[in-house]
Ligand binder design. Structure first.
Ligand SMILES: C[S@@+](CC[C@H](N)C(=O)[O-])C[C@H]1O[C@@H](n2cnc3c(N)ncnc32)[C@H](O)[C@@H]1O
Length: 448
């Protein structure tokens, strides 16, 4: 029973599932926090988020008080130490005695034999370390290592981003991963114009403003958006503003094929913006296909979408027929590290090859569907070249009838236009207001 467990114990339970089973934190936090009073729910969310975001930095501090490397500890022990250290060093309002005492009590439930160790180490951290876990490296330390520790990202990823985007842009993207993401909404015309929706929300104490990223994008700036009836009922979808912007690249068509569609953010944006009158939405995972259908029903848009549960690599759809195709491919998610901080802890450079193989398979099948003269937009929430430019370029070698299109900046929202590189690759780095994405538009030449 959630009520009989302390918030620390619930948080530790989530952290252990994330570490042991490769679970995603956000849905677990939502599920376990559902029956808690709002204050405890917020605390649960903050504990998990701060611990996962700060884990690599916290490990560096913890190592000073351990006889073994933190990563060699059992998952529940390391999770408890990180949870305690996060409260001591990264969360302002938690007194040290509560951080240590309640974390040790939670550790009893998951690693009773190690509770003494957790207690001793956390006491030393409370005594010897200064908030917010300062003095990480001596002066003169390698700048990539320093940036990695200061922003709590894996060093290999920081080195890649610095090399690919430059130190300043990489530093800004890494810093953005530390910030809480605002809630963004899609102002579906079924509900009202953006102005009408802003007014309805305001009447109920939820402030929202229009975002420059996409025509129907709203950002909640005050109040509890999630509790508003329009959001809770699913009539208004929560969709990152840059995710909505990706749909601006999709050519308008009577029917758009959306080949990796759950939970339906881009399907809904396609319909709401009028880029598609109907959508054929594929999703391979049964539970996610059901969720997609339910989300569309909540939006009153179920009739406009044919949901097909199928592998997009073998799509049961007619070849050469779709004037507009969207493939929002499964990926490493390096553009979404603030919302999915656990990715920082588990992603390895070699994983990119596996993602790229899947992406090549799905894109190859997607290209088959495009009608002569039609376009395909390939999108990922990864910033990595291997999952984007390299995937597309390798396929263009065997599909000479396709060519990259440089999106016309004049027709795009300003922040999106600014993200278009000369070769047409769209790369949005994560920022304070949005997640990171990459996109490439391809056109199939008309057959002669
Ligand atoms: C990046 S998410 C899509 C997000 C979605 N387009 C949106 O905007 O809400 C990728 C989706 O592709 C699905 N997927 C993964 N492999 C697939 C495959 N072979 N065929 C179809 N869908 C697949 C995943 O289950 C996941 O729901």
């Amino acid at each position: 029973m959630a009520e009989s467990r302390s918030v620390r114990e619930l948080a530790l339970g989530v952290l252990v599932r994330v570490a042991r089973d490769g679970a995603h934190a956000a849905p677990l936090v939502d599920a376990r926090g559902r029956d808690l009073p709002p204050r405890d729910r917020d605390l649960l969310r903050a504990l998990v988020k701060k611990t996962l975001r700060g884990a690599l930095r916290l490990d560096h501090v913890l190592a000073r008080h351990l006889r073994q490397a933190p990563e060699s500890l059992d998952a529940p022990v390391l999770a408890a130490l990180r949870l305690g250290a996060a409260q001591l060093l990264l969360m302002d309002r938690i007194p040290a005695h509560a951080a240590v005492g309640e974390t040790v009590a939670a550790a009893q439930a998951f690693a009773p034999k190690a509770a003494g160790l957790v207690n001793a180490v956390l006491r030393r951290v409370a005594e010897k370390e200064t908030r917010p876990g300062a003095v990480l490296l001596p002066a003169g330390a390698d700048p990539v290592r320093r940036l990695a520790l200061e922003t709590s990202h894996p060093e290999w990823l920081v080195a890649r981003w610095v090399a690919a985007f430059g130190a300043a842009a990489a530093g800004a993207a890494l810093a953005a991963d530390e910030e809480d993401a605002p809630m963004d909404l899609l102002a579906d015309p079924r509900v009202g114009t953006p102005e009408e929706i802003v007014a309805v929300l305001a009447k109920d104490g939820v402030e929202a403003v229009r975002s420059p990223w996409a025509p129907l994008a709203l950002t909640v700036t005050g109040g509890v958006g999630a509790q508003h009836a329009l959001v809770a009922s699913g009539a208004l979808a929560v969709i990152d503003v840059a995710a909505q912007a990706m749909v601006e690249l999709v050519a308008a068509a009577d029917v758009v094929a959306d080949l990796a569609a759950a939970p339906g953010g881009k399907t809904r944006t396609l319909l709401a913006t009028g880029r598609a009158r109907k959508v054929v939405a594929l999703e391979r995972t049964p539970s996610r296909a059901r969720r997609l259908a339910a989300n569309l029903a909540a939006a009153g848009r179920r009739e406009e979408v044919l949901v097909v549960r199928a592998d997009a690599g073998r799509a049961p759809l007619p070849r050469n027929r779709f004037a507009s195709v969207l493939l929002d491919a499964p990926c490493s998610g390096t553009g979404t590290l603030r919302k999915n901080p656990e990715i920082r802890l588990r992603l390895k450079p070699e994983d990119l090859t596996g993602f790229a193989e899947t992406q090549r398979r799905l894109l190859s099948a997607a290209l088959e569907l495009v009608a002569p003269g039609g376009t395909l937009v390939y999108v990922t929430c990864s910033l990595e070249r291997e999952e984007n430019e390299d995937v597309v370029d390798s396929l263009l070698q065997v599909w000479p009838e396709f060519a990259r299109v440089v999106p016309d900046a004049a027709g795009l929202p300003v922040p999106l236009a600014e993200a278009v590189a000369p070769d047409g690759t769209v790369r949005v780095l994560p920022g304070a207001t949005h997640d990171g994405f990459s996109a490439i538009v391809l056109r199939k030449e008309t057959l002669r």
